[in-house]
Design a protein around this ligand. Structure first.
Ligand code: COA
Length: 560
């Protein structure tokens, strides 16, 4: 008996030693594969750092101002009308009931601000990705305090982008519908073209065919085109007294037939749950509607992995320092490795081709435990840098490693004054062209963060919007324009009469908030939040691996 116990104890000890040594071996391998980037701020860099910091603080202030503005939706009167008269919950309260927690990734909150046709806070519709029963889902939620939730051109664009995010990342999609349909004064910009109103419904059909689950909650009006969102979703919950679905409301019926009818009788929850069958679940209150929606999501048949309890190593340097690395202008760019060392786990980085084409930095790192291939601008995208970029992107594609682009491109192309320069430029164009091909054709997920400039052709090779990254964010200091302000002279013939106008235009149209208002990106993020946002994006991207029974069955439908 005693001998048995000793043997058992020996076996256990041996086993624990084995386990320990495997874990320790893994840790050791990780450490030697990804050595830390020692990148402290040097005294000689301090004045650039301080100038960047002052600019970043001003940008941060603007960011906070705009965030507060958009959180008020359509303003105080509209909020009172929405909550007191119409007895509906505000859109952010609805999200609180729908999602597991408030730690969701909101997309493009500044879309719609200061447009030629007015200020449309959050484009009248909140979109983003949040967890429901631990599953990442896209949400598209109308804010009816903004002109009755009607769809402006920018609203349509935002909804289409959210659907695209769902398609690209194979995420379930939940629609919270509370909309008066098209914003009629702008009907010509909403209705007829390919990427306008009808595309939302087309996408719904395509997403269903791709087995991307879609659930809708009717928690307000679904008038005219809006009526098709719940009817085309796979499962719909409708709230009593609040939700209505009809093509034309009671005033239209009265005008057409002279008949007086209440919204409830014409297209309320009872009618659609009991008579038309347009909806699948009747909810007496909003709270219950969101509870039901969460229950529906639990039947979507995704098998998520166990949460990894092990916390990722934090970078060696505080993330606040990133504010001082956000270049106020191109001439204030510091070595991009300083920035990388403040984003990656343990500041670790395995550089690729470190001595070649050094105006581009490439290499592997982990962010919140996810392996990524980093492609970071560190100067002009010259011939060697572009060749290196193509090579590295293809490598990541072959190994199935997601790509992270940190973009900071030159303000404008340098003028060509000699034959030798022309030859260099030609070679460079060829190499940049092949990098663009590599980026466009890489089938791995891509995330782009514009940390400085987004100008000219270099921005395409660095996976700008046209190159379809899964997510594209801007830092508030970023500038997005064909050429940066101050470089208009290089775009026009010498002494050109329009130089002054162009300069003014570049100054006005290049700020990050101008871009984000027009949905040329997925939002402005603060430098100090970047590591967290990247961790969320990589987690979201990874989820598609756990979707059951769909990948094999779906036909190779094209992206929208
Ligand atoms: N186009 C443009 N503006 C519209 C609109 C539309 N389709 N529907 C509503 N609005 C505006 C209203 O004029 C009002 O503007 P204001 O704040 O400047 O006065 C604002 O949106 C809110 O509308 P209101 O009716 O006061 O709010 P509500 O919460 O009581 O009702 C709706 C909202 C959307 C249910 C109701 O306005 C409605 O039924 N609108 C018509 C919907 C329709 O027929 N759409 C057809 C589209 S093809």
């Amino acid at each position: 008996m005693y001998r048995c116990m000793v043997r058992l104890a020996e076996q256990r000890w041996h086993c624990s030693v084995c386990c320990f040594s495997t874990a320790a071996r893994k840790r050791r391998a990780l450490r030697s594969a990804f050595p830390p980037l020692e990148q402290p701020l040097l005294p000689v860099q301090r004045h650039v750092y301080e100038a960047n910091l002052r600019n970043s603080n001003a940008c941060w202030k603007r960011y906070v101002e705009l965030s507060e503005k958009v959180k008020k939706g359509g303003g105080e009167n509209a909020i009172i009308r929405h909550t007191k008269r119409n007895k509906k919950l505000l859109v952010r309260d609805r999200l609180r009931l729908l999602l597991d927690d408030e730690d969701f990734l909101e997309l493009s909150p500044f879309a719609g601000l200061d447009l030629p046709y007015g200020d449309i806070p959050s484009a009248g519709c909140l979109t983003g990705i949040g967890r429901i029963n631990s599953l990442w889902c896209v949400f598209i939620a109308n804010d009816a305090t903004v002109k009755g939730g009607t769809a402006y051109p920018i609203t349509v664009k935002k909804q289409l982008r959210a659907q695209e995010v769902a398609i690209q990342n194979r995420l379930p999609c939940v629609y919270l519908v509370d909309s008066g349909g098209a914003f009629l004064p702008l009907q010509s910009e909403i209705f007829p073209d390919k990427n306008q109103g009808g595309r939302t419904f087309y996408n719904e059909a395509i997403m269903s065919a791709m087995k991307i689950p879609q659930v809708s909650v009717v928690c307000g009006s679904c008038t005219a085109g809006g009526a098709y969102i719940p009817t085309m979703a796979e499962e719909t919950v409708m709230v009593h007294q609040i939700g209505t679905i009809f093509l034309g409301g009671p005033p239209l019926v009265k005008a057409a037939t002279g008949e007086e009818v209440t919204p409830e009788d014409l297209g309320g929850a009872r009618l659609h749950a009991e008579v038309s069958g347009c909806v699948d679940h009747f909810a007496p209150e909003e709270e219950e509607a969101f509870e039901r929606t969460r229950n529906i999501v639990s039947t979507l048949n995704f098998e998520l992995p166990e949460e990894d309890e092990q916390r990722a190593e934090e970078p060696l340097y505080p993330s606040d320092e990133l504010m001082g690395f956000a270049p106020k202008e191109y001439s204030h760019s510091l070595d991009v490795k300083m920035l990388i060392s403040r984003l990656t786990d343990g500041s670790r980085f395995q550089e690729f081709k470190g001595r070649y084409g050094t105006t581009l930095v490439t290499g592997f790192a982990k962010i919140h435990g996810h392996l990524v291939g980093i492609v970071a601008s560190n100067g002009e995208l010259l011939y060697q840098a572009a060749l290196k970029g193509s090579h590295f992107v293809q490598l990541c594609d072959q190994r199935d490693v997601p790509l992270l682009f940190l973009q900071n491109t030159v303000p404008a192309a340098a003028p060509t004054h000699s034959v030798a320069q022309a030859e260099t430029n030609t070679n460079c164009i060829k190499a940049q062209g092949s990098m663009m091909s590599a980026v466009a054709c890489a089938s791995v997920p891509k995330i782009t963060v514009v940390i400085g400039g987004c100008h000219g052709v270099d921005s395409y090779a660095m996976c700008g919007r046209a190159f379809d990254p899964n997510f594209l964010f801007l830092w508030p200091n970023a500038r997005v324009s064909l050429a940066a302000p101050g470089s208009s002279a290089s775009l026009l013939p010498p002494g050109g009469e329009h130089e002054g106008d162009l300069e003014e235009m570049l100054e006005e149209q290049s700020p990050a908030f101008f871009s984000s208002a027009r949905l040329w990106d997925d939002g402005v993020i603060l430098p100090q939040d970047t590591r967290k946002v990247l961790g969320q994006c990589l987690d979201i991207i990874k989820q598609q691996q756990y979707q059951l029974s769909t990948q094999k069955l779906c036909s190779p439908l094209l992206r929208v």
